[in-house]
Structures are given as C-alpha cells and as structure tokens.
Design a protein around this ligand. Structure first.
Ligand code: GUN
Length: 292
C-alpha cells in the first residue's frame, strides 16, 4: 500500500486564493491588512522563515513591515517597538520570530504583544482561550495541520492521536486542537518510555521533534494519518546528505500509512497560510468595529 499524499502546497494555494478575494474585499472598505514582523539576530533558518512570511503578505495583497535587530540588541529596544506597533491602528498583526537570543525572556516579549494582534497565537491569553475552547488566534502550524486533516478527510473525532513533541509552538497547541476536535490525545516527548508502543497505536501521528527521519514505517500503525512537522537537513555521511527532510522517514512510512504529508510541501506551506488568515481576521475585526 502507498499512502495518499496530504498536499500542503495544493491546499495552501486554495486557501490563499480565497484569502486574496477576502483581502481585496476588505481593501475596498479602506482597510489594508498589515503584518509587522520582528527578527532579532542572524539565525539563517529564521531569516528564511521571515522572508517567506513577508513574501506571503505581498502575494496576498497585504502590507508587511519588517524590523531587524542585531543579535546583541537590548530587549528594551524590541519592547519599545512592540509598544509602538500595538498603538498603531494600521497594524493588525505582530510577530516576533523565535527563537530569540539568550538575553531575551521569551515570555516577556510574547506577552508584550497586544492580544488582539497576536497572530502567532503565542500570548498566554490566546493560549488560555484555546485551552478553554474559546475563540482565539490559533498557533499557525497546528492550525494548518487541522486544515490538512480536514481537507484529507481524516476523521479526528474519536481517533487515537499521538503528538510527538511538547513545544509551545507546535506540540502543546496541537494537542489542544485535537482534543477540542474529539480525538483522544497522547503527548510524547524526549522522556517518553517505549515511544514506538505509542506511535504504533496512533490513528493520527503528528511528529514534531526535530530529529531527521526519526519515525520509520515499523513505528506506524497501518492506515494511520502521519503528519510530519519536521524540517531538517539529512546529516552528512548519509545518502542525500544536505537535502531537506522531515522527522519521518517518508519512504518507509508511506508504505504503511493511509495518508502522509511530504517534506517539503506538507505542513510548511500551511503555516504561513494560517498566519495570513489570522492577520486578515484581525483586520476584519478592526474593519467591523470601525463600521468600515
Ligand atoms: N519559530 C518557529 N516557528 C515559529 C512560528 O510559527 N512563529 C514564530 N514567531 N516563530 C517561530
């Protein structure tokens, strides 16, 4: 058996086509959605992500602002910029790219962002709202995964879902969204004993551990939906060294799974798409309250 592919590029293109229509409509009401992105330091992966986010805004007809700070920037400079953006009514979304250099307290920075402009969904209030099943900005990667599951007709309600990884960005919000959708969720991590015993009984397996090709076919339940959130390079000394790969060994897993995301072209494109959707939603709230 070869799993059907959950194609993030195709779904992302569909969602972005609708976004472009909605952006044009809100612009006609005099409001141009605007995302402000703050990048601190010179992490090359972060620079690529930020470039793609800015380019995504442009393609969707949204405005973007980008603020770069050196790796030794004072946290106060970034906090001052966030305060300025919070107060600017033309800015609808604010994102600080993570990780931050060590002199920064991540929590302080994330909670300085106005809750209504927190399009990453990382502010404690948005996280709390999500945990209570209230309306909130959902973190973009797990939100994109939920869209991929829905578009791929993967039944979430009643499914046994296993999430590998407990980060604030992916693992924890992913578990909350799956729980909300009716799955029975297990969160595994680096301290989990007998990981394979968990993965082998997962109807839905979400992998976000940052270890290249870690999940192999024999760890997958036949027919499962396997969602690979990893984005790694194949280590030196292995075949295809340097090539992009996920946390899942796609070649062996696709022979066992019922549905699977590729890397690249699976979860990745959906992350930015959901960020654009959140920014548009924020702008729509503003337009509606202004009666624009
Ligand atoms: N670093 C890795 N993923 C993300 C993300 O989704 N948002 C932000 N702000 N930083 C990240």
């Amino acid at each position: 058996m070869s799993a059907r592919i959950l194609d993030g590029n195709a779904l992302s293109a569909d969602v972005r086509a609708q976004l472009a229509v909605d952006v044009a409509a809100i612009k006609a009401r005099g409001v141009t959605p605007c995302l402000a992105v703050i990048l601190v330091g010179d992490n090359p992966a972060s620079a690529v992500y930020v470039r793609n986010k800015v380019a995504g805004c442009e393609k969707a007809g949204m405005r973007s602002l980008k603020f770069d700070y050196p790796a030794d920037a004072a946290p106060k400079a970034v906090l001052d910029k966030i305060a300025e953006l919070n107060a600017d009514p033309s800015v609808h979304g604010i994102l600080v790219q993570l990780p931050l250099p060590p002199q920064f307290d991540e929590k302080t920075i994330l909670e300085a962002i106005a809750v209504g402009k927190d399009v990453d969904g990382f502010h404690a209030e948005n996280v709390g709202r999500l945990s209570q099943g209230q309306r909130a900005f959902f973190p973009c990667t797990p939100h994109g995964v939920m869209k991929l599951l829905a578009a791929g007709d993967v039944e979430v309600c009643g499914a046994d879902a296993v999430v590998i990884g407990r980060s604030n960005i992916v693992g924890k919000p992913m578990a909350m969204l799956l729980t909300q959708a009716g799955a029975t969720v297990t969160v595994c991590h680096s301290q989990t004993r007998d990981l394979a015993a968990h993965t082998r009984r997962a109807d839905i397996l979400i992998v976000a551990i940052g270890r290249p090709l870690f999940i192999t076919g024999e760890m997958v339940k036949p027919g499962a939906a396997v969602i690979d959130v990893g984005m790694n390079r194949i280590p030196a000394g292995q075949p295809d060294a340097g090539k992009l790969c996920g946390d899942v060994d796609f070649a062996s897993a696709r022979e066992v799974a019922g549905a699977i995301t590729p890397v690249p072209g699976g979860v990745g494109p959906m992350t930015i798409t959901m960020l654009l959707a959140n920014t548009l939603e924020s702008a729509q709230r503003v337009a509606n309250t202004q009666g624009a």
